[in-house]
Design a protein around this ligand. Structure first.
Ligand code: SAM
Length: 289
């Protein structure tokens, strides 16, 4: 692949999605974009770039290129601890702090194929009477329409449901459906209906989404450069109340990027907007988890 074609694609993907492609990802770019090139009726990436450079090319081809460069890997209860913190620290604190309005909003900011928001919905369902009568919204957003279509369908392969999902939760919240290409496990309507999915690019303005008590922004910032990471984190902080909670992925941190979040002590990856130390009662939940 020619260096100028690679640079064109890297620049386009960065501008449209924030995804940073280091100079040594030629193999990755070729393997992901050759199918897009063929779909567009050309044989190689030079042809694809030529098509994209044409003034009359609409956004569809650029979107297909960005889509192909996203990594949609996800699984149920990924890394386990975030979901233990959710059920053991975050929700107990918010159930007390929001007792007057009984309304909590949760945002999965890179929901991919849905396993993360559905894991949160299952945690809530497992909380039973403690959350009955509460309005708890879960919004899952992602830039990838293909990932969102899978999330919306709520159907997973045997491999996907074996990854991270405890067997008793599989039996309780999924229905096995025999299909021609192998079995599918479909999430039950009670869990499916707890999550709303929407296409959303983290580079866009967040204001139309409203505010969120809890934000899961996991395993997406790793693909951005430091400036984009800091920008996204700071804009997330602005759509959260001071006593909200933000969860990052295992390989992610706010350190060195922004001081608008502070870590919750002894809860790796869990943050609150700066200033939350004064949140009444938080320390008792953190201590008890
Ligand atoms: C590795 S998945 C993470 C899924 C889930 N949060 C998890 O931790 O299992 C990363 C997701 O980020 C999405 N993504 C990448 N760039 C994005 C952007 N600019 N706006 C919104 N989503 C983006 C990708 O489409 C992909 O589905």
């Amino acid at each position: 692949m020619k260096a100028e074609d690679y640079d064109f694609i890297a620049r386009l993907v960065k501008e449209q999605s924030g995804l940073a492609l280091p100079g040594d990802k030629h193999y990755l770019v070729e393997s992901r974009l050759l199918p897009v090139a063929r779909e567009a009726g050309v044989d190689d990436l030079s042809g694809l770039v030529r098509q994209m450079r044409r003034i009359d090319t609409g956004p569809a081809l650029r979107e297909a290129v960005v889509e192909a460069m996203t990594t949609n890997e996800s699984f149920f209860f990924r890394d386990k601890l975030p979901f233990e913190y959710f059920s053991g620290v975050v929700m107990p604190y918010l159930l007390e702090a929001r007792a007057a309005k009984r309304h909590i909003r949760i945002w999965c900011a890179a929901a991919s194929t849905g396993q993360e928001p559905y894991s949160l919905a299952i945690c809530l369902q497992e909380m039973g009477a403690r959350v009955s009568g509460w309005r708890i919204e879960i919004l899952g957003t992602d830039i990838s329409l293909q990932a969102l279509a899978r999330a919306q369908a709520g159907c997973y392969t045997p491999f996907e449901v074996q990854r991270g999902l405890p067997p008793h939760l599989l039996a309780k919240y999924f229905v096995q459906k025999p299909e021609r290409n192998g079995d599918t496990w479909e999430i039950v309507p009670a869990i499916r209906s707890m999550v709303t999915f929407q296409k959303f690019n983290l580079l866009d303005r967040f204001t139309a989404l409203g505010t969120f008590d809890i934000v899961f922004c996991r395993n997406v910032l790793i693909y951005f450069d430091s400036r984009t990471k800091a920008d996204v984190l700071e804009r997330i902080a602005r759509v959260m109340p001071p006593d909200g909670f933000m969860m990052l992925g295992a390989a992610e941190t706010v350190v060195g990027l922004t001081d608008m979040f502070q870590p919750i002590p002894a809860r790796r990856g869990l943050y609150s907007p700066a200033g939350n130390r004064s949140a009444p009662g938080l320390s008792s939940y953190v201590g008890n988890a």
